[in-house]
Design a protein around this ligand. Structure first.
Ligand code: CTP
Length: 422
């Protein structure tokens, strides 16, 4: 079999399109490393995603970036001192409790050491001792420091206490060395933090998503395909991960990067997709079949490039397996969701597919309007379940559509069900 597996670790440039951060209060703790300048961009991006950001800086951080920078970006006074002018008496307790989550970026080796040892000798470390909200730690430092046994032990202790530590990325460091130590990209931090502020209604659930088109080869250089970009399926995978799911994304060929935290299995043809789905379906809690699967493949694939010859060419096609239909027959505990891209009779056609393919839900969208369906970032869909009135949604971002679909999937998942072991 020809599929390739990749694990998403960030480095994509899309901004969050959901309401994940809207109205959420985030505490951004900045400690004294050169990557402190990147925390300014993180603050800006959180604010533009709708968050209210309170920045707390250590003394050393203020040597790298002026508090005024963060104040201008967040519209809030930066907290830095425990005592003296500008300090509030109970800030060291309240700040870590009155937020949705805390993100420490960059977290220096010194900060990790103090946290691991339970030291509270300045405002930030004292806040962290009193905090009762999820904490995302984003270390950044020289690669030798990161590899030091003491730092690694401290990281292990923090993880054992339930903190999420986002490991630094490899690359050229400010000190001139090359290795692991760079602060991850802002988008990666935003995705990792999104899981900490999202409802975890898919925690422990294995979610299988298919996305993208399939390629059905005619010869070594040509294939039959369709206009699917994969964006809706990728949005489903991203949002399912944020909501706590263990997500496997089986993807036809697309240009989209692997969503953070998601395992991607790359396939080309409908038959490869079928095999990849059959492999994983028995362990899954839900299958969301967003891929635009080709219905036919060329009956024979030429071994060499076909040469131009007669003015007309007839290509014989053979029907592909209907993946959903085959898989729905094996269905036990799984919630199975299909997608119907239609150009007319939307709801009637979708209902027929719901029945015919034995699905729990079908998401129908009209694809002959410019702002919905293939390739664009928005979609207007109707979600149809068994014996239910259809849920007609307005034009939304594909991530918002994913949220709505996953709300219905979460409601259908059997409450007492526990996932089988990985
Ligand atoms: N699907 C599938 N296997 C196929 C074709 C489609 O699993 N060979 C899935 C799609 O991923 C989607 C659903 O079936 O979730 C509906 O796909 P669609 O292309 O709309 O329907 P078809 O069954 O192919 O019917 P038609 O093309 O005639 O509309």
């Amino acid at each position: 079999m020809e599929w390739v597996t990749r694990k998403g670790c960030g480095s994509f440039t899309k901004r969050l399109e959901t309401m994940t951060y809207t109205g959420k209060r985030i505490l951004l703790g900045v400690s004294g490393g050169i990557a402190a300048y990147k925390a300014a961009e993180l603050a800006r991006r959180l604010v533009s995603s709708g968050a209210q950001v309170k920045v707390v800086m250590t003394q050393a951080a203020q040597e790298f970036v002026a508090p005024l920078t963060f104040q201008a970006l967040t519209g809030e006074k930066v907290a830095a001192a425990m005592f003296g002018p500008g300090s509030e008496p109970l800030e060291h307790v309240a700040l870590g409790q009155q937020v949705a989550a805390i993100v420490l970026a960059p977290a220096t080796a010194n900060l990790l050491g103090k946290m691991a040892a339970g030291i509270g000798d300045d405002l930030l470390t004292t806040i962290l001792l009193a905090a009762n909200k999820p904490i995302l730690v984003c270390p950044a430092m020289n690669c030798e420091m990161w590899a030091h046994a003491a730092v690694q032990e401290n990281v292990a202790r923090l993880r054992a206490r339930g903190l999420t530590v986002l490991p630094p990325e490899a690359g050229e460091l400010a000190c001139g060395a090359t290795g692991y130590g760079r602060l991850p990209e802002v988008e990666t931090i935003l995705e990792a933090l999104a899981r900490l502020v999202s409802p975890q209604d898919l925690a422990g659930r294995k979610i299988l998503v298919t996305a993208g088109p399939t390629h059905e080869d005619l010869d070594p250089v040509r294939f039959l395909t369709n206009r699917s970009s994969g964006k809706q399926g990728y949005a489903l995978a991203r949002v399912a991960w944020r909501r706590g799911g263990e997500v496997c994304l089986i993807s036809g060929p697309t240009l989209l990067p692997v969503p953070y935290g998601v395992e991607r299995v790359e396939v080309r043809s409908a038959r490869e997709m079928l095999n990849a789905v059959l492999d994983r379906f028995p362990q899954a809690d839900a299958l969301l079949m967003a891929a635009a699967v080709g219905d036919y493949h060329p009956t024979s694939c030429a071994g060499h490039k076909m040469k131009r010859g007669a003015p007309e060419l007839t290509v014989h096609l053979t029907q592909n397996p209907d993946i959903l239909k085959e898989v729905a027959r094996l269905k036990k505990q799984q919630v199975v969701v299909g997608f119907a891209a239609e150009t007319r009779d939307l709801e009637a056609a979708a209902r027929r597919k719901l029945e015919d393919k034995g699905l729990d839900l079908i998401v129908a969208n009209e694809v002959n309007r410019p702002d919905s369906g293939f390739a664009v970032n928005t979609n207007e869909v109707t979600i149809i379940g068994r014996g239910q009135l259809p849920t007609r949604l307005p034009l939304l971002s594909k991530e918002e559509v994913a949220e709505k679909v996953l709300d219905q999937v979460a409601a259908l998942l059997p409450a007492a069900h526990k996932s089988k072991g990985v």
